[in-house]
Design a binder for this molecule. Sequence first.
Ligand SMILES: NC(=O)c1ccc[n+]([C@@H]2O[C@H](COP(=O)([O-])OP(=O)(O)OC[C@H]3O[C@@H](n4cnc5c(N)ncnc54)[C@H](O)[C@@H]3O)[C@@H](O)[C@H]2O)c1
Length: 270
Amino acid sequence: MANNLLKGKRGIIFGALDENSIAWKTALKVKEEGGSFTLTNAPIAMRLGTINQLAAACGAEVIPADATSEADLNNLFSKSMEVLGGKLDFVLHSIGMSPNIRKGKEYGDMNYDWYLKTIDISALSFHKVLQTSEKLDAMNEWGSVVALSYIAAQRAYPDYTDMAQAKAMLESIARSYGQRYGSMKKVRVNTISQSPTKTTAGTGISGFDVFFDFAQMMSPLGNATAEDCASYCVAMFSDYTRMVTMQNLMHDGGFSASGITKELVERLSK
Ligand SMILES: NC(=O)c1ccc[n+]([C@@H]2O[C@H](COP(=O)([O-])OP(=O)(O)OC[C@H]3O[C@@H](n4cnc5c(N)ncnc54)[C@H](O)[C@@H]3O)[C@@H](O)[C@H]2O)c1
């Protein structure tokens, strides 16, 4: 059901690791809607993942960048404008990583070097992306920048540990930078708070299957899939959402507004 919603628009898509990645599905959908873009990921992820297959399918160039490195981001934005032939209209920040979660650390036993790394990769990198883009004057007016968040920014989840703080900061950066970039250049900045999704980052969290099933039962529409999220990103990059900025947009099938659902009541009263 492609509608050429992004015809003539250029952008950068961060975070496609493999075909399960939300960024991977978004790249395919953006392509389908007529947008052109460069793809990027951390050099190590490019070796572990399959981004080159996606690049071939989309006719996109891959420009490696560690999103915590200002030098890499500078190179990425400059090269992307060169390759795509002009300033950008959209950016997807689809990046998250916690060494503490990877190593199975409890919230009462955090390694603080890793904690800082979690914040740097999963939140501060968003500020670096925005600041690099502003300094290079890389975005066109009415451009749209989106980062992906999770409801653990607002509610406590035992195994999400330091990523909860990273997501809270990510959403805060969207508000602060959205205010600045909007008044300066009419660039929009938002976060999309996505349902639990079966990807490398998602399933790396212990207990993932349980909170995936719980969210499924607590959401009148069910969990939003990675494809659904890709469609929402396209909508956010399109001109149909021009006045939406500085928001954390819940994309969760109704989970965040549900107290309890009939399905859960029936299940628990058995
Ligand atoms: N999967 C879920 O349940 C879920 C739910 C809500 C939000 N999200 C968010 O969606 C985003 C995408 O995650 P995903 O679920 O598609 O998983 P994913 O593992 O496919 O994507 C995470 C990406 O982050 C990249 N990354 C890690 N360190 C990086 C660095 N230093 N520089 C550049 N890139 C780096 C990884 O290489 C990977 O491509 C993340 O922000 C994640 O927190 C995921």
